[in-house]
Write a protein that binds this ligand. Sequence first.
Ligand code: NAD
Ligand code: TDX
Length: 331
Amino acid sequence: MHLLITGGAGFIGSNFIHYTLRHRPECRITVLDAMTYAGNKASLAPAGDRIELVVGRIEDANLVDRLVQACDIVVHFAAESHNDNSIANPLPFVTTNVVGTFTLLEAARRHGRRFHHVSTDEVFGDLELDDPEKFRETTPYNPSSPYSATKAGSDLLVKAWVRTFGLNATISNCSNNYGPYQHIEKFIPRQITNVLSGLRPKLYGAGANVRDWIHVDDHNSAVWAILDRARPGSYYMIGADGEQNNKAVIELILELMGKPRDWYDHVNDRPGHDLRYAIDSAKIRSELGWTPRYTTFHDGLAATIAWYRDHADWWQPLKKAVEARYAKQGQ
Ligand code: NAD
Ligand code: TDX
């Protein structure tokens, strides 16, 4: 099976490649990645020459047409992925997430290729802290940020291509991932690398906001369950019952790293900040028999801290610029 993996030099895509080389060595892998600020060749180094890396953009229709024709399945991870960046400058989010996904869908339609679209729980908006409901496959779309609005737009394009053109496509909407190779602009690696750099962690607002954390390998095993067993045109929520508020996550990072639990700063809140995400993953568990392996957030987080401690060469070159950008926003 020949996979075309878009965004394979990013956080989840690179972990998907390592997972696939470990568990599905028979697969041939081509990566299409623009190598934006979020793409990192070092994240693919362990794959060596077992993959082919094509540097290019998913909106490049000629390039995409050629690569899609040559593969059996497109697994689409590429995106502009950071909410704070989408508030500062939304245009690249529209270009990559909407126009890029459209370009891939058209190529998959022309060549009759299977398409899996990797999406987010943020397309559903947010929940109150005491809401007993969780997001499920039937929850109406109600995105809040430019990032989540463009991801919602891309999901709706996929659904239209399934219904109107009969494209053999699936979508997964996953909750917040953590693990190795995550860009240090994101919450958990930012705080870990702050502590490793002698800087205090930074909490937006009061930190009551809840995210539903899942280890990236569990996300990727769920994507494989969908590739292996899902019906065309089916959609799945992915989550591992990992709800935590941001304040509790910072306190746990500090505890695991041997610092006082109150050694952090409150900084400016994110405009339009979603309050809570929570996933009901009953459908993928019952229909596809998927279960997460990392059931203790504490242990997964400890392993992630160890990874950043051991891979300073991967993140240190980025740290100064990331923190300078946040400082300008009072964050
Ligand atoms: P990331 O920002 O770490 O990686 C994105 C990758 O896409 C980078 O390698 C980048 O170079 C590439 N890319 C960006 N624009 C491109 C373009 N126009 N053409 C080609 N390549 C381009 O993102 P991530 O956290 O790995 O997220 C991957 C996917 O998973 C995204 O679609 C995101 O919406 C989704 N997702 C992420 C999370 C999470 O917690 N990180 C949760 C649910 C869903
Ligand atoms: O320094 C910080 N301090 C802080 O309190 C940062 C960077 C974030 N936060 C808060 C904001 C959020 O409530 O932590 C929470 C997590 O923030 P992010 O890591 O930016 O993630 P989030 O906005 O929840 O979106 C993530 O999960 C869904 C990914 O970035 C998206 O790509 C994915 O779709």
